[in-house]
Design a protein around this ligand. Structure first.
Ligand SMILES: [Fe+2]
Length: 273
């Protein structure tokens, strides 16, 4: 049995090796090490230790709750991605083809997303439920507020926006096909203070403290492992330059521009139990 001290020793030994490798590979100097420690001290002094999680939190979740969808390259499964703090269960249930709940004057370019939910063996998944949520074109999530993102300080004033705006459970048809109409999502900030040490790091790395545009989905179906994932948009410069690390290439989709709206095709590929 592995106790917590054993685990600490094992994980620390690997961490030590990984950091040593980076130091040796790049010939990190004593002055650079001192600069790193000084930066860490400024992060603490600025009260930004809680925000440091944005650097590695997604990886930690991938290693834990995302483990059932690890190594999607083996079988063509969809890529796992984090759900995040903006999720709220219980959105309206709508049959396909659906229109996500939205205001009559919902801002943003109309977008129609469609495809099939299938298994890694290629079988359609009838009646799969796609629990969808996204930020609006003004960069606000419905149904939550700024305090829901703590310890990150992400401004999100959703007052005046209907609770389930741009959120729904879309039920795929008997052939696994689904379609929903929405709008192009806006941009989600990580809420970093541009004048603080974390903001200075993102600026120096030329990775703005923003997330790439995305649509969240949790897909559930009888006999399949639930999948939490996100869709991204080809051509968004942030998909290659986000402080959270690269996004899965298979989740970056190309939109087709039509007269007055865009379409996007994407299949969700589930692993069976
Ligand atoms: Fe999000």
């Amino acid at each position: 049995m592995i106790d917590s001290d054993d685990r600490l020793r094992v994980v620390f030994a690997d961490l030590r090796r990984a950091v040593d490798d980076v130091i040796l590979k790049h010939q990190v100097t004593p002055a650079e090490l001192t600069a790193v420690l000084g930066w860490a001290q400024r992060v603490a002094d600025a009260g930004e230790l809680g925000s440091l999680r944005v650097l590695f939190f997604k990886t930690v979740l991938r290693a834990t709750e995302g483990i059932t969808y690890a190594h999607p390259e083996k079988d063509g499964a969809s890529s796992w991605d984090m759900g995040g703090s903006a999720y709220r269960p219980g959105a309206p249930i709508l049959p396909t083809p659906a229109v996500l709940p939205m205001r009559p004057d919902e801002p943003g370019e109309p977008l129609i997303v469609s495809g099939t939910v299938r298994t890694t063996a290629g079988d359609p998944v009838p009646g799969a439920v796609l629990d969808i949520w996204q930020i609006d074109a003004n960069d606000v999530y419905s149904g939550i507020d700024t305090s829901d993102f703590l310890p990150l300080h992400i401004p999100n004033d959703s007052s005046g926006i209907p609770r389930w705006n741009l959120r729904a459970n879309v039920v795929a048809g008997p052939d696994g096909r689904y379609e929903f109409r929405t709008v192009m999502p806006g941009t989600e900030t990580l809420g970093l203070d541009p004048g603080g040490p974390l903001g200075a790091l993102t600026e120096a790395l030329q990775t703005p403290g923003l997330r790439p545009r995305h649509i969240h989905t949790i897909v559930t179906a009888d006999g399949c492992l639930p999948l939490t994932t996100q869709l991204y948009f080809d051509g968004d410069p942030l998909v290659d330059a986000a402080i959270e690390g690269p996004v899965p290439a298979s989740a970056v989709r190309t939109t087709v521009v039509h007269d007055g709206h865009r379409t996007l095709h994407h299949d969700y590929v589930l692993r069976t139990r």
